[in-house]
Ligand binder design. Structure first.
Ligand SMILES: C[S@@+](CC[C@H](N)C(=O)[O-])C[C@H]1O[C@@H](n2cnc3c(N)ncnc32)[C@H](O)[C@@H]1O
Length: 257
């Protein structure tokens, strides 16, 4: 059972451009199970062909669903595809929504930086430093090498649930797609609060947290509204998705009291 080049390209495009890769894989796995069941119930005459199909289906069924909270998954992805990939929106489209909150000489933290061009593009809009953290050592090494002459970009290989930063170090924290990438994982309810707690710890008083997400306020605000956090949601802004007119990403602006 071979897939055509066009089908493979389509699958790879879907997988690359959607946060619902896990759902997509589950869908294909269920489909594979259904096909397998149908084939065996038909008691196929041609034993040779049936064996090959069985083997192919077994491969698909054994493929583990991708885990966006798994470091190895991201390391492998960045090794295979080192070119810059921008989740959701580029800085050029985010800028007008948040620039008023960015201090000219501020300290910025970019959580789960990946290989987005956001930090390099952001530099021309202020004079401070951007610290970029990601738990994939592969992507951090790639970014260090690519931007080694840019001293205002700092690259840190670390876990955003437990960072090496001092309390109250940053004026402006931005996270684009990192919390979202935990939403479909098995341990989302444990891990998302840990990330938010850590972000809150390293924010200065009056600092801003900018969250760029595909999730609507009703699905995201509950994570941030907890009695342990003394902050206010200043605004929620929408940015139209690039290839899907009429649908939006959300920009949440929280300010620590
Ligand atoms: C959906 S990508 C977003 C990348 C980038 N922010 C962007 O907008 O293009 C999520 C990133 O978070 C990183 N990540 C996931 N879990 C992490 C963790 N526990 N600590 C640090 N980085 C993490 C992944 O390695 C990946 O680069």
């Amino acid at each position: 059972m071979m897939l055509s080049k066009q089908q493979l390209n389509c699958a790879s495009l879907l997988a690359k451009n959607t946060m619902h890769k896990t759902k997509l894989l589950h869908f294909f796995m269920n489909l594979a199970a259904l096909i397998k069941e149908t084939i065996s119930s038909q008691q196929h005459d041609n034993a040779g062909e049936s064996d090959i199909i069985d083997e192919e289906l077994e491969n698909i069924m054994n493929c583990p669903p991708p885990q966006y909270d798994d470091k190895e998954y991201w390391d492998l992805r960045y090794e295979r595809d080192p070119e810059s990939f921008e989740w959701f929106q580029p800085w050029s489209r985010i800028k007008s929504k948040v620039i008023q909150y960015l201090q000219k000489d501020g300290q910025v933290l970019n959580v789960g930086c990946g290989n987005s061009t956001l930090p390099i593009e952001m530099l021309s809009d202020f004079n401070g430093t951007i610290t970029n953290i990601d738990f994939s050592s592969v992507v951090i090494n790639q970014m260090k090498k690519q931007y080694e002459s840019e001293k205002r970009l700092v690259w840190v290989n670390g876990d955003c649930m437990s960072t090496p930063f001092e309390n109250e170090s940053f004026d402006f924290v931005i996270e684009k797609g990192t919390i979202d990438s935990f939403v479909c994982t098995l341990e989302s309810t444990k891990k998302i609060p840990k990330i938010i707690e850590e972000i809150y710890r390293v924010m200065k008083h009056k600092a801003y947290l900018i969250v760029i997400s595909y999730g609507t306020p009703s699905t995201r605000n509950t994570f941030f509204k907890s009695s342990q956090f003394d902050w206010c949601l200043q605004e929620v802004k929408e940015i139209e998705k690039i290839n899907e007119p009429g649908t939006f990403h959300y920009v949440y602006i929280w300010q620590k009291n």
